[in-house]
Design a protein around this ligand. Structure first.
Ligand code: TUI
Length: 316
């Protein structure tokens, strides 16, 4: 399938894997890139030397394009930037902040920078740095989120920028992908769906928790700290919400949240932060990455054909 996204990234399908911190490591990234999508290493939580090791492991396992997600709030962001420059990774996505002049800096080395944005305003500001593509993420997504839904954000983004837009947040199958394309997106980024794959290296309890989830299983905590995070409701999220209601200090809340994603990824799904999108309730199985991507592309085509047929029967 050909879109501006597949052309610019040199990939077969316009399907990007979200660069999830602690979750998106070599096995998942390699599987997605090998299957024709774009695998992305989640650098959040990694030291510079760990990141370098991951990049080299991915490179030794695939010659397909891949990327690194830089979480801009990361304490070692400067050293991580140095590593992606030294290693000349093909693609960098950024999240949780404004990448600003980093776009020019990395682009001058031939690195394609794709900012993840949650608002049109930030996208417009970033255009002056020469951004060639955006990922627009709706608040249905898991982890750190903005305030606008995917359904409302994508058409507004597409009207505001002339570069291609990749939709993220709330997509886990071919119908969701088709919906985003109808709104003008030229690619989709999936996070939660790729957690429930054989290659994803999180503890089985994390995957099981996602399989059990329903439409209302996620909650947003941390709004009062300025860093809203969507995760599955559990003991930790209830404790967090209670403390937020009581108005405890930002420092106390941040201390409670610290290290909790890593705890969940290691299997503590009760007292860890099980970051997950609202689409969790749609995910019913764990399968190989290749099967996920093939099914999405098949269902995307079926959906588009169904709509085309509906339109031609009715108005021809
Ligand atoms: O970054 C994500 N998702 C994440 S990061 C993460 S690690 C973390 N853990 C606890 C607290 C905070 C982070 C887990 N999940 N998605 C991309 C994303 N970026 N969503 C929202 C944004 C965003 C928000 C504000 C991007 C830019 C932004 O800019 C503010 C500004 O300066 O205008």
């Amino acid at each position: 399938m050909q879109t501006r996204v597949t052309d610019l990234l040199g990939i077969e399908y316009p399907i990007i894997q979200g660069g999830m911190a602690w979750v998106a490591t070599t096995p998942l990234v390699v599987a997605v890139s090998e299957a024709g999508g774009l695998g992305i290493i989640g650098a959040g939580g990694m030291s510079a030397s760990q990141l370098q090791t991951e990049i080299r492991q991915v490179r030794s396992a695939t010659d397909k394009p891949f990327g690194v997600n830089l979480m801009l709030l990361s304490p070692c962001i400067e050293e991580q930037i140095r590593v992606v420059k030294e290693e000349k990774v093909p693609v960098v996505t950024t999240g949780a902040g404004n990448p600003g002049s980093l776009v020019e800096d990395l682009s001058s080395l031939g690195i394609m920078v794709i900012p993840v944005v949650a608002s049109v305003a930030l996208a417009k500001r970033l255009l002056r740095y020469g951004v060639k593509m955006f990922i627009a993420e709706g608040m249905e997504a898991g982890g750190h989120i903005g305030e606008v839904t995917t359904m409302c954000l994508i058409p507004q983004m597409v009207d505001a920028v002339s570069v291609p837009v990749i939709a993220a947040g709330g997509v886990a199958d071919g119908r969701g992908m088709a919906a985003c394309f109808v709104l003008g997106a030229e690619g989709v980024q999936l996070g939660t769906r790729f957690v429930c794959t054989e290659e994803c290296d999180v503890h089985p309890a994390y995957k099981e928790a996602l399989l059990k989830a329903q439409d209302r299983s996620t909650v947003v905590t941390g709004t009062s700290t300025g860093h809203p995070v969507r995760c599955l409701q559990n003991k930790l999220s209830r404790q967090f919400t209670q403390l937020e209601r009581r108005g405890v200090s930002r420092e106390e809340l941040e201390a409670l949240g610290s290290g909790k994603l890593q705890a969940a990824v290691c299997g503590d799904v009760s007292e860890g932060s099980v970051m997950a999108g609202q689409i969790s309730g749609l995910i019913r199985d764990i399968k190989p990455v290749k099967a996920v991507i093939e099914e999405i592309m098949k269902d995307f085509q079926t959906t588009v054909s169904r709509l085309t047929k509906m339109v031609s029967e009715k108005w021809d």
